[in-house]
Write a protein that binds this ligand. Structure first.
Ligand code: NAP
Length: 248
């Protein structure tokens, strides 16, 4: 019998060009996965990451696709199947966040949050439910702000609450296929999404919200994903892991 650790698995990481997604792609490649690095606009960064992975002895492929587009995942699963034989792990990391109070939030931005964070995650989950290989793993991305309920995070956190709900329900629908579906919910993590529009004072204050008194790093979050998709994470299913240094 071939065990999990003996097989070469393939992971599709959405939003793998920058930030947390890039750290996840690099970590999973190091852990022995073939990696598909999805990106929307950051082609150079995605291709540079693929080269880094290959230089370290891994196998990777970059694929452009907007996760909000319903054709994105069928195309990416086709490409992954052609290159590596199938997909075992989907990391639905791509997401956007603008942190603006309700009074100033406009319609286009609201629709964009729904399109990328909810529809984009749904598009990935639907394709995974249809095509992920038995024994696979799905990781969605939420936020610890759901616990904090901070001002300015209303629309963003609401879209992530939908992601948490889809996580739990899909984990049940996949009964019988030995596929787990979990959510990682980072706290403040040092990426462009977090720093954008924040004063140094606010960054400092948010970094101190957890008792470890620092921001998370993309590598901290990648380690949580690596655990959940690795051989030791198989009994965790339908859960939300708040990776935040103890903030909430
Ligand atoms: P980031 O630094 O802004 O990077 C976002 C990534 O998502 C980029 O690779 C971007 O690709 C990709 N992306 C955006 N829209 C996309 C689309 N429509 N289709 C495909 N890819 C798309 O963000 P991050 O901080 O790493 O966030 C990653 C995830 O963690 C998100 O789901 C976010 O909500 C969640 N999170 C982050 C924090 C935090 O503090 N950073 C906290 C809690 C949760 P391109 O560059 O190619 O456009």
């Amino acid at each position: 019998m071939t065990t999990w650790s003996q097989q070469k698995k393939t992971a599709l990481v959405t939003g793998g060009s920058r930030g947390i997604g890039a750290a996840v792609a690099e970590r999973l490649a190091r852990d022995g996965f073939n990696v598909i690095v999805n990106y929307a606009g950051s082609r150079d960064a995605a291709e540079a990451l693929v080269r880094r992975i290959e230089a370290a002895g891994g196998r990777a492929l970059s694929l452009q696709a907007d996760v909000a587009d319903p054709t994105a995942f069928p195309r990416m699963f086709d490409a992954a199947t052609e290159a590596f034989g199938g997909v075992d792990v989907l990391v639905n990391n791509a997401g956007i966040g603008k942190f603006i109070r309700f009074a100033d939030f406009d319609d286009a931005l609201f629709d964009q949050h729904v399109a990328v964070n909810i529809k984009g995650t749904f598009n990935g989950l639907r394709e995974a439910a249809r095509r992920l290989r038995d024994g696979g793993r799905v990781i969605n991305f939420s936020t610890s702000v759901i616990g904090l309920r901070m001002e300015n995070y209303g629309v963003y956190a609401a879209t992530k609450a939908a992601v948490e709900t889809m996580t739990a329900i899909l984990s049940k629908e996949l009964r019988g296929r030995n596929i787990t579906v979990n959510c990682v919910a980072p706290g403040p993590t040092a990426t462009e999404l977090f720093f954008d529009g924040k004063s140094p004072e606010l960054v400092e204050r948010m970094a101190k919200l957890n008792p470890l008194e620092r921001l998370g790093t993309p590598e901290d979050i990648a380690a949580s994903v690596a655990f959940l998709v690795g051989p030791e994470g198989g009994w965790i299913n339908g859960q939300v892991l708040r990776a935040n240094g103890g903030m909430v």
